[in-house]
Every structure is written in C-alpha cells, then in structure tokens.
Design a binder for this molecule. Structure first.
Ligand code: DNO
Length: 354
C-alpha cells in the first residue's frame, strides 16, 4: 500500500512511548521536533540525532518535523528577521542531516491553533476540543486578560499586547510581504537539502481579535504557491483547519494541490460544523462530522499522492488523559480508519488489483 502513515510524538516527555506507536498497524514515520529550545534559536545536532535514534530503536523513522516555529520578528518583518531566518535555514540543514525530508510550519501571528475549550464533554463521555465562536465576542485582548487554549504561554500579557499592536501596524498587506520574503530566503536552502516545506493553514482559518491571518482559503493558497515556484514550497493540508468553514471546499482543494504536487503533508481529521466559525472536533469517520473522509482519501489516492499522512487530533476516550487532541487511543482508531479507506480507494482505483 502506498501510504506514508505517520504519527506525532512529542519527544521524551510524551506520555505515549514509541513502542506503543509502533504497534499501530501501518505507522512507519514519526513526526516530532526539538522542544527544549526557544523559538528562533538553532537546534542542537545532539537533540536532533537523539530523536532519530530513539525512533530507529523502535523500527520507526523520524521523517517529518512539526514544527520549526517561525519567530514573530520574521512574520512582522522586524529588525532581527534576517538572523532568525538564518537560524531557521540552519535548522532545516540540520534536520535534513538525519533524514528528515518534510518540515511543517505555520505563519499565524502570535498564536497557533485557537479553541474555546480543550476538554469539552460529549454525551458519550468522550472529550474533545471545541470552538464556540460566540464565546469570543466582546473579548478584547488589549484590555482583558485572555488566555485561550493553544496559545503560547511563554508570552506575557504585555508582550501579547505589544505584538497585537505591531500586527495592527503592518496589517494583512505586511504579513503577505513578510511571507514572500521568508519564502524567498528559505526555499532555496530547503531545496538544496531535499526538504519539502509544508505550510500549515491557519486554525481556525479566520482572523481572531482582528489579528491578520492569511493562510485561510483556496484563493490565498493559490497566491501563496505562486509567490515561489520552488518544488520545496508545499502545503500541509489540515482537513480540520481548512474544513471548519463551509466556504472551503476541502476535497476540491486536495484534488487541485495534489495534482500540482504541492502537498507534502496531510493532517486528516473530522470536524462537526455548528454554525459559521463554530465547530466541535469529532472522531475521524465521515458519519461523525461534516467532512467526507472517503472523498478526501479518494482525492489523494487518485492524484497519486506520495507525501506523508497523519491522523490528527483525537478525542479523549476510554479514560485516557493527556495532551488535548494527542491521546493514543482515538488517534490510533483514526490511523486505522484512514488506512482502511486508503486500501479500499487504492484497490478500486486499480480495478481490484492491490
Ligand atoms: C495542532 C497542530 C498545529 C501545527 C502547527 C504547524 O495540533 O496541527 O499546532 O502543528 O500549526 O506549524
């Protein structure tokens, strides 16, 4: 079967051992990162090698980095951006030395993914992340002390306020320019190292508190891809991030970018859209949410997609506790479901021949 099935592992501090991950049928690749270094700094070769050797001890391969985070100075086009970009490039060189050939990153100002709750209790006793957009209305991070799940807790409130003002100053136009500048510097290095850079969409794909977000929809993804022709300049299509607003036709996007060979990494998960902007994360199968997972996998198989795939956020089930979205059980169910769909799509595409 032609699926490069991977699983995210948060390194030594992850409560889920690699040995357990290895027991999930079909998982051969690990998605990880160096977590003991501040954003923008160079990762030590020793830490990188250690991840690879731990994986190899379990017959797994450390193939994907998620993420090398992009320093705010780069996104803001601030004074020290060139130093941070040079460090970024050095990290790409270093991870490629141990065989990593895909690096995920995002270009979201200040915050990565945002939800209103990470442990929402469902009627069946499972828990998952949810975004109820209404709960954000009326809040103003410039005045109120807000801390939402997913936000980097290393920022002090004053730092967040300074950054929000700085992003207001550059606006969306500035963010576009700074992305183009970053791509222009980083892609030649990634290409020379044989690394595909997979840009993760904004999650959720709309602006929160007026802070600009641009990796949000097909039109913007087209524009981003046109900015730089390098074959290393690719996307990470996260079905749950892009797919939580109805205006994004996720299957069409996958068909288009997979045919263009511009997808390097797939995060596959399902969401139940409640109303525009509000959604609940649900189990992977189509019947549990708003996305058609068969159509998603079929689009990839038909386009001959050969990049990495991972199950994305799972619910907390069977009494498990741990990092929200990143427990073992429901992600393992997701992996098996994706693998099952993949096998069915491959066999039907090849007329029953495997
Ligand atoms: C959330 C993840 C994101 C993703 C980054 C990529 O669970 O999908 O945090 O890793 O946005 O840079």
């Amino acid at each position: 079967m032609n699926i490069k099935l991977s699983f995210r592992w948060y390194g030594e501090n992850d409560t889920i051992p690699l040995q357990y991950i290895k027991q999930i049928p079909g998982v051969g690749h690990i998605v990880s990162a160096v977590y003991d270094v501040d954003v923008g700094r160079v990762w030590s070769r020793e830490s990188i090698r250690k991840i690879q050797s731990e994986c190899q001890k379990n017959s797994l391969s450390f193939s994907v980095v998620e993420s090398i985070p992009v320093h705010e100075d780069i996104k803001l086009g601030a004074e020290h951006r060139d130093e941070f970009i040079e460090n970024y490039c050095e990290n790409i060189r270093r991870v490629s030395e141990v065989g990593v050939d895909c690096v995920t990153y995002n270009f979201m100002p200040i915050f990565d993914w945002t939800r209103t709750q990470t442990e929402h209790l469902h009627s069946d006793g499972s828990q998952s992340l949810v975004m109820y957009k209404d709960e954000l209305s009326g809040l103003d991070p410039l005045k109120d002390d807000i801390s939402l799940p997913g936000w980097d807790t290393s920022y002090h409130k004053d730092e967040i306020r300074r950054l929000i003002k700085a992003y207001a100053g550059i606006g969306e136009a500035g963010l576009w320019e700074n992305l183009e500048y970053f791509l222009g510097k980083v892609m030649p290095v990634a290409e020379a190292c044989g690394v595909k850079m997979a840009l993760h969409p904004d999650d959720p794909p709309y602006s929160i508190f007026g802070i600009p977000r641009i990796v949000t929809c097909e039109e913007n993804l087209d524009r981003i891809l046109k900015m730089c022709p390098s074959k290393s300049h690719c996307l990470c299509i996260c079905t749950g991030s892009l797919g939580c607003v109805r205006s994004n036709d996720i299957v069409r996007m996958i068909k288009k970018y997979a045919e263009q060979k511009r997808i390097a990494f797939m995060h596959i998960r399902n969401v139940k859209i409640l109303n525009e902007g509000s959604f609940e994360e649900v189990a992977h199968p189509s019947e549990c949410g708003s996305l058609d997972m068969y159509e998603i996998v079929n689009a990839l198989v038909e386009a001959g997609y050969d990049g990495y795939v991972r199950p994305d956020h799972g619910r907390m089930i069977w009494g498990e506790s741990g990092k929200p979205g990143y427990g073992l059980y429901d992600r393992a169910l997701g992996a098996s479901y994706i693998k099952g769909l993949w096998e069915a799509c491959e066999k039907s595409t090849s007329g029953g021949r495997s």
